[in-house]
Design a protein around this ligand. Structure first.
Ligand code: AMX
Length: 441
């Protein structure tokens, strides 16, 4: 059975050749003009990054190396006794472009579990933080502190050839992914269940199986499966999203994978990006508080207008690229719809019902409001609500789970950027006066 490093080693030379030929033969070819509205409008639609592992189509949504989410659900190995995609399968696909065999995935699970413990300085750091500090702030601090043991930073200091960068970037990236469950679960324990013992990592379990155990939910098979699906499909969403792009930018300075991903986590922690899943739940719970449990479509409509008229965004709706309902939202909704026992539970169903009802009303209201280019739900409209169903009710923690996931895609690109020898990212900026002058010229 191949290791992930061997599998990657096999595919790198062809990509290096492809890049070399493209640069040599078509370096001066144009991919389109740059409009003023793109420069002042957050670079929407600007083709300016190389990112191989996933492509986001505005109407169809995400494909990982050409595979849609339903394709991945069919092709990628699940955990023993499970059905959902697991993080290791997605990581293998993202990194190598190949669908792994079951044996390859099991080997990767073991490799990650064996590296899963935290160094004691990181445990001490996390334990010293006030429990009132936002869990995402804590996660970023823990990830940054893991760079104490960066093999990339140590090797760079010693002096290594550029062609060897990727091997150290891979080692650090796998180490970081392996340690994220222990780090994220320690934060959960400290903030919400102080003093509760943390179980040790089981070398026979997959990454998310261990994460669920450490969180204290390992016995809930449905939640473990939900987390596997959630973490796999949040793994990558093209290169331009704020968190992945941040990792790409920071690592282009040859900062090691740990501090590159710590920076990415703080981009994810913004309410227009990953924090939206926390915001959705806060908003849905406020809606329930105000309107009670017998919510009608008319009530939701009024609540939506109240949000919009007070100048706030409707969290969980809209997207920088997507122009249709997000297939990740659909996959997570389907997960619930195939579990009638969950849908029948009046307590865990409340939030899901509210989000499903909102989905029936919000697109029409947002269209009438007339601002957003995409009136449809994004992944965050459902993801947090389902965690709430299963008992993870501390919504300030939700973005941490997203943060465990996004490492799969963002670190894949860090490894590939080193394998392809991509340079420091350094776009040109212009002043308002310079833009005016360029238009007149
Ligand atoms: N509710 C109300 N107004 C919205 C809106 C929403 N859900 N989505 C967009 N708009 C508004 C924008 O604020 C903007 O208003 P402005 O002209 O006054 O500045 C206008 O519509 C045009 O925006 P856009 O081009 O459609 O979107 P964008 O690419 O600038 O921003 C996003 C995309 C996601 C930030 C935005 O849709 C939004 O704020 N959504 C709510 C927050 C959210 O769910 N974020 C999660 C995204 C997914 C993720 O990263 N996890």
């Amino acid at each position: 059975t191949k290791t992930i490093k061997e599998a990657l080693q096999e595919v790198i030379p062809a990509k290096q050749e492809q890049l070399k030929a493209l640069k040599k033969q078509h370096g001066q070819a144009s991919l389109g003009e740059v409009k003023v509205e793109q420069v002042i409008g957050g670079m929407r639609g600007l083709k300016a990054m190389l990112w191989d592992a996933s492509v986001l189509d505005p109407l169809e949504g995400i494909r990982f190396h050409g595979l849609t989410i339903p394709d991945c659900q069919k092709a990628l190995p699940a955990a023993p006794g499970g059905k959902e995609i697991i993080a290791e399968s997605m990581l293998w696909l993202l990194l190598t472009g190949k669908v792994p065999t079951e044996a390859e995935v099991r080997q990767l699970s073991r490799q990650l579990a064996e590296k899963g413990h935290l160094p004691s300085h990181v445990e001490k750091l996390i334990d010293s933080l006030p429990t009132s500090l936002h869990p995402m702030t804590q996660l970023g601090m823990g990830v940054a502190a893991l760079n104490h043991d960066s093999t990339f930073a140590a090797a760079y200091e010693k002096g290594i050839k550029k062609s060897e960068y990727w091997t150290y970037a891979l080692e650090d990236s796998l180490n970081l992914i392996a340690k994220l469950p222990a780090l994220a679960a320690r934060i959960y324990r400290n903030v919400y269940h102080p003093g509760r013992p943390l179980p040790s990592i089981d070398n026979n379990l997959d990454l998310v199986g261990n994460y669920a155990n450490l969180l204290g939910y390992g016995g809930n098979h449905d939640l473990v499966e939900y987390l596997r699906l959630y973490i796999s499909i949040h793994g990558d969403h093209e290169g331009g999203n704020a968190s992945a792009h941040t990792a790409h930018l920071v690592s282009s300075t040859l900062a090691d994978p740990y501090i590159s991903y710590a920076a990415a986590l703080y981009a994810l922690a913004g309410p227009l990006h990953g924090l939206a899943n926390q915001e959705v739940l806060r908003w849905q719970l406020n809606m329930r508080k105000e309107l009670g449990d017998n919510i009608t479509h008319e009530h939701i409509k009024e609540f939506l207008w109240k949000t919009l008229n007070s100048g706030q965004v409707v969290p969980g709706y809209g997207h920088g690229v997507l122009r249709n309902p997000d297939p990740r939202f659909i996959a997570l909704q389907e997960f619930c719809d195939t579990r009638p026992e969950l849908l029948a539970d009046p307590v865990i169903n409340l939030v899901k019902k509210a989000s499903a009802r909102t989905y029936e009303v919000a697109p029409a209201v947002l269209k009438e409001h007339g601002k957003t280019k995409n009136p449809y739900p994004n992944v965050d409209a459902a993801s947090g609500c389902v965690l709430f169903h299963y008992g993870i009710t501390q919504f300030k923690y939700y973005t941490v789970i997203f943060g465990v996931s996004r490492a799969l895609g963002a670190l894949t690109q860090v490894v590939w950027a080193r394998a392809l020898g991509l340079p420091l990212e350094r776009p040109k900026s212009l002043s308002l006066d310079a833009i005016e002058k360029a238009i007149k010229a």
